[in-house]
Design a protein around this ligand. Structure first.
Ligand code: ADP
Length: 204
């Protein structure tokens, strides 16, 4: 059981996955908010029933699964509707991440939450013992995003602009992994933090 939990966040294409898999390679359990977001609306889940009740039964497909495209189109650009959806999904996501982290067998666990800043930060996730931010300059995010996803510069910039700012994310950080060099440079940073987190977990 892990009593010590690190929240890991960072902007799009900042290198979160690169950092996360290095922690995983050291044996640390990582609970992923993107995966949790899909799990909590899986067929038959309480959150899915709440979505059908709030947004209408036609948000479900004939087989009882969520019609993601339809729901996305419905909440897109409708702030109140998006907030209503988040009021259903976010508590469920937080609970699932918390449970997965607490049940982890590694000495500490990581909750990877890409949109931690946007989703209420430390107030919403008071059970995080530390927050680690993977940080890259916007120009590098843009270049990596275009290369990874094949997005054009306009779309890539829009995706970056839709997120919290670099400064807003860094304001939450207890620890920062700068990712503005070669990916190999991440390993030493991860190992340094791993040692610190193991120590902290042992003392928790
Ligand atoms: P995130 O998970 O934060 O969205 P990724 O870890 O997927 O970001 O990184 C975005 C892209 O940039 C990936 O294709 C990844 O391989 C690449 N990348 C990450 N870090 C570096 C780096 N230091 N130098 C060059 N490319 C990198």
């Amino acid at each position: 059981m892990s009593r010590f939990v690190v929240g890991l966040t960072g902007g799009i294409a900042s290198g979160k996955s690169e950092v996360t898999r290095r922690f995983e390679a050291l044996g640390v359990t990582v609970a992923d908010a993107d995966v949790a977001a899909r799990t909590v609306v899986s067929q038959g889940s309480p959150a899915l029933a709440m979505i059908a009740e709030r947004f209408g039964p036609d948000m479900l497909q004939a087989d009882g699964t969520l019609d993601r495209g339809r729901l996305r189109a419905h909440v897109f650009a409708a702030v109140a509707e998006r907030k209503a959806l988040e009021a259903i999904t976010h508590p469920a996501i937080r609970q699932l991440l918390h449970d997965q982290c607490v049940q982890a067998e590694s000495p500490y666990a990581i909750a990877a939450i890409p949109l931690l800043t946007e989703a209420g930060g430390r107030d919403a996730y008071a059970w995080l013992d530390r927050i680690l931010v993977v940080d890259a300059p916007e120009a590098l995010q843009l270049a990596r995003l275009m290369q990874r996803d094949g997005s054009d510069v306009v779309l890539a910039q829009q995706m970056i602009d839709a997120q919290a700012s670099r400064a807003q994310r860094l304001a939450l950080a207890d620890d920062v992994v700068p990712n503005d060099g070669h990916p190999d440079a991440l390993q030493a940073q991860v190992e340094r933090l791993h040692a610190i987190y193991l120590q902290a977990a042992a003392e928790a």
